[in-house]
Design a protein around this ligand. Structure first.
Ligand code: BES
Ligand code: MN
Ligand code: ZN
Length: 496
């Protein structure tokens, strides 16, 4: 974990991070160092000579200045009001480039507490490496930047201290999601997922923080009628689990949300075996479960006054003699039957069980949100950096999208066209697990909608593309697990 601080006055760290912007189309550049006064003229001349342009994700290092090494991080075009996300990304790109170093001061154009918050988040979230499984090459790899010091004239304010404390918690749980996603299925099974979460549960404050964990094993799942989780998990030697984390805040009479996250620790496609090329990315098929669990722990550690019931249905989707066959009929918790025409459409099956279970809770819930790497169609529709939001309640969706905008996570509303629902009709069961190929993301959303009460505000977040970065690292986002949706869930709760 990177230590976060705020300060002004003398810069003591080895590295000083400042912004670099382009001022015109002819290669003009300027330095943006926020509240730090700096003589920039000579530096700009050198930077131009070095070919620096100030574009986003460009990081240029140079010895000298008020410190040992200056780090220029691109903010794009000059502006008098950089967006919080630009600051977050610029801080993140610098922070990534500083792996292996002890300390850096970040002097960026923050303007207000929200800006300080954004820089602190970017610096801390970007300070991430995943070297847990390197053996003989471990020493060849750098550790994340140890400490980030946010330079601001507001450093004396209590709000600045609160902002960096919050940023530290947000980064800690973003990193937890990434670690879980990056951990391969050899080391992350439904059972070990629950064990890793139980360890994090303690670090979030445990029972004292109002948290409680309950885990169902395969025997309990079977005897209690969780046909979706059992049906998906029965082909694997690593049996399925259902994990429930509840958070009850100290404050009485609060809102209560349910979170449900898809937790497929590996998705081979089952008997509908996926092609080998790219299958390794399916270790990320538990990103939704990781995000909702981490968000719940973050909400508890932040002590937010909203109760959370978090559900993670966990299973490994494998082909074997015990796997669910195409045409098998399973019974979802609560009694609805599903004809499994395609065992690769497994996420919706485990989610259906958990969605029904979540609504059975004695505690009245004000809203339910499921998060899932659910469809390849999501990636086709929105690409790899924008997630989809589907809903039965426009204003709930609007509040979520507004909250997500503040975090810099990109979400976009998608419809649930009722005419597509008929494609899920089955000649033999209550419904089938696949329907029309066209609009596959929406069809999956409509499947889930069948398991949610019409009068309960519900959001379905399809994060299939954004959960796992198979491209290049950018901003505060590394290659591999990204942690997406965790921050938006926390932000929504902060605003509830
Ligand atoms: N886990 C996949 C969806 C996915 C695809 C996530 C790409 C991340 C990247 C899901 O279980 C799946 O296999 N969905 C099928 C559904 C289809 C059979 C209706 C798909 O999208 O192809
Ligand atoms: Mn699948
Ligand atoms: Zn899947």
């Amino acid at each position: 974990m990177t230590t976060l601080k705020v300060s002004d006055g003398l810069v003591k760290d080895d590295h000083l991070v400042v912004g670099l912007v382009s001022t015109n189309t002819k290669g003009g550049i300027a330095i943006e160092a926020g509240d730090l006064a700096m003589d920039t003229k000579a530096l700009v001349a050198s930077l131009i000579e070095m070919g620096a342009t100030g574009k986003v994700d460009e990081v240029t290092k140079m010895p000298g200045g008020p410190t040992r090494i200056l780090v220029f991080t691109g903010l794009g075009a000059k502006s008098n009001a950089y967006s919080h996300e630009s600051l977050r990304r610029a801080a993140g790109a610098a922070s990534r480039s500083l792996a292996g170093n002890i300390g850096a001061t970040f002097a960026l154009p923050t303007r207000d507490i929200a800006g300080v918050s954004a820089v602190a988040e970017g610096a801390a979230i970007g300070a991430y490496v995943f070297n847990e499984f390197r053996g003989s090459t471990k020493n060849d790899h750098k550790v994340a930047l140890k400490s980030a010091n946010i330079y601001t004239n507001l450093s004396g304010k209590a709000e600045a201290k609160d902002a960096i404390k919050r940023a530290g918690i947000i980064a800690k749980y973003t990193h937890l999601v990434r670690d879980l996603v990056n951990t391969p299925p050899s080391h992350l099974t439904p059972d070990s997922f629950t064990k890793k979460l139980t360890a994090s549960f303690k670090s979030a404050g445990g029972l004292k923080a109002g948290l409680k964990v309950t885990i169902w094993d395969e025997k309990q799942l079977k005897s209690q009628g969780f046909g979706g989780i059992i049906g998906v998990g029965q082909g694997s030697a690593n049996p399925p689990r259902l994990m429930h984390i509840s958070y009850t805040p100290k404050a009485k009479k609060t809102k209560r949300y349910a979170f449900v996250g898809k937790g497929i620790t590996f998705d081979t496609g089952g008997l509908n075996l996926k092609a080998g090329l790219g299958m390794e990315a399916m270790k990320s098929d538990m990103s939704g479960a990781a995000a909702v669990c981490a968000a719940t722990l973050a909400i508890a550690e932040l002590g937010l006054p909203v109760a959370i019931e978090c559900w993670a249905p966990l299973a490994e989707n494998m082909p074997s003699d015990t796997a669910t066959r195409p045409s098998d009929i399973i019974t979802i918790f609560g009694g609805k039957t599903v004809e499994v025409l395609n065992p690769d459409a497994e996420g919706r099956l485990v989610l259906a069980d958990a969605l029904v279970k979540a609504q059975e809770s004695k505690n009245k819930i004000d809203g339910i949100i499921d998060v899932a790497t659910l469809t390849g169609a999501q990636v086709i529709a929105l690409g790899t950096r924008t997630s989809a939001v589907m809903t039965n309640n426009q204003s709930f969706s609007d509040s979520f999208i507004a909250a997500s905008k503040e975090t810099g996570e990109q979400f976009w509303p998608m419809p649930l066209p009722i005419e597509l629902r008929a494609s899920l009709d089955s000649p033999v069961a209550d419904l089938a697990n696949i329907g029309d190929k066209n609009g596959g993301m929406l069809v999956a959303g409509l499947f889930l909608k069948d398991f949610v009460s019409d009068d309960l505000p519900w959001l379905h977040l399809d994060i299939a593309g954004p959960a796992y970065n198979e491209g290049k690292a950018h901003g505060y986002t590394p290659v591999g697990g990204t942690g997406v949706s965790m921050r938006s869930l926390v932000r929504l709760v902060e605003q509830a």
